[in-house]
Design a protein around this ligand. Structure first.
Ligand code: FEO
Length: 169
């Protein structure tokens, strides 16, 4: 495997674990605010991010490439309003999309078609992640200001259940 592609794939393990850590922090924020449904939504989001990290980990191992685990950064965002959490989520997903695109471009440059095929799932997944984050912002803008609507939105987000990723390595 190309050195740069390997570096970026290895780095992505850390980035995905950081995403899990960040969303766990978002869940923690909402739990403290008494919004259990919102907390549930981000708890499941954190589980999905851990799955993403493990997919990169497994891919490198399947390719007989070494894995190096690095320190996970501290999530340190401060929020003055609930909607800021969702906005930070969207911003973060856009950043992750840029990272996936960077790995894809590096793989493309060296004709690493296997890595490109592996990343195809993530390209699609990032589209879904950004759409979900955008939808949450829209819902908060529409309903977040009214306590009764906020209660119903909290119930809606409480219904989210975990499902394992569709990509199997
Ligand atoms: Fe692993 Fe939310 O992207």
């Amino acid at each position: 495997m190309d050195k740069r592609v390997h570096e970026l794939l290895n780095q992505q393990i850390n980035k995905e674990f950081y995403s899990a850590y960040l969303y766990l922090d978002f869940s923690n924020y909402f739990k403290a605010a008494g919004l259990d449904g919102f907390a549930n939504w981000y708890m499941i989001q954190a589980q999905e991010e851990r799955d993403h990290a493990m997919l990169f980990y497994q891919y490198l191992q399947n390719e007989n490439m070494p894995v190096t685990l690095e320190a996970i950064e501290k999530p340190d965002k401060e929020f003055k309003a609930h909607i800021e959490v969702f906005e930070a989520g969207l911003e973060h997903e856009k950043y992750v999309t840029s990272l996936i695109n960077e790995i894809y471009a590096a793989a493309y440059a060296v004709h690493d078609f296997r890595t490109m095929q592996f990343l195809d799932w993530f390209v699609k997944e990032q589209g879904e992640e950004e759409t979900n984050a955008n939808d949450l912002i829209t819902k908060m803008e529409l309903f977040g200001g009214d306590p009764r609507s906020l209660y119903l939105l909290n119930q809606e987000l409480a219904a989210r259940v975990y499902s394992a990723p569709s990509l199997v390595l």
